[in-house]
Design a protein around this ligand. Structure first.
Ligand code: ZN
Ligand code: ZN
Length: 188
């Protein structure tokens, strides 16, 4: 199992609910960790055989960071969704978006006034992280394989399964895909 990591991608972006965040923007750091197999790429030393190209990962993060959102949760989720669309062989993915020195608009209650003073409400970072693992066991043959469990999954490309057969499979095996071998039995 190999990790492909992009650490400390820095962006000036405009996420947030406060007007100053949307107008002036702020500094963000994005970290991405992807588990995947690298044997083929290592053997050929060819960029074309890498399942995850980290320049593409950077471009995906940049595209999502350029899109102002109120919540970091939205940004993280959108980055993960795009990564799933782009790369079909991720075993797992972890994305963290850090907002540096976020403005905190907290009011002080009467008990907090007097000697106690927060140091200008300064917070080093607010961050949101999410991760997902895509290794799953085929509900039919129990072999382990990768399933993204949504519209980004490779199996959605398989067009030649009759809708009625798809319904039967769903009833029998739930929302998890079957592995490629088992799915082939129902295709065509
Ligand atoms: Zn199977
Ligand atoms: Zn699937």
């Amino acid at each position: 199992m190999a990790l492909i990591v992009l650490e400390g991608m820095r962006f000036h972006a405009f996420h947030g609910v406060h007007p100053e965040e949307q107008v002036l923007g702020g500094e963000y750091v994005v970290n991405v960790e992807i588990q995947t197999g690298i044997a083929a790429a290592a053997k050929t030393d060819d960029i074309a055989s890498t399942p995850v190209n980290y320049e593409t990962v950077f471009q995906i993060c940049m595209a999502e960071m350029a899109e102002p959102k109120k919540l970091l949760e939205t940004v993280v989720t959108n980055i993960i969704h795009r990564l799933k669309r782009q790369f079909s062989q991720m075993k797992s993915v972890k994305v963290q978006v850090r907002k540096l020195y976020p403005p905190i608009h907290a009011k002080m209650g009467p008990l907090q006034q007097g000697r106690f003073q927060p140091i200008s409400g300064r917070v080093e970072a607010a961050w949101v992280q999410d991760d997902a693992s895509f290794v799953s066991n085929c509900p039919r043959c129990k072999a382990s394989f990768l399933c993204y469990t949504d519209d980004t999954c490779w199996c959605k490309e398989i067009q030649n399964i009759h809708p009625a057969t798809q319904e039967t499979l769903k009833r029998q095996f739930g929302s998890t895909c079957l592995c490629q071998n088992c799915l082939k039995l129902y295709a065509g």
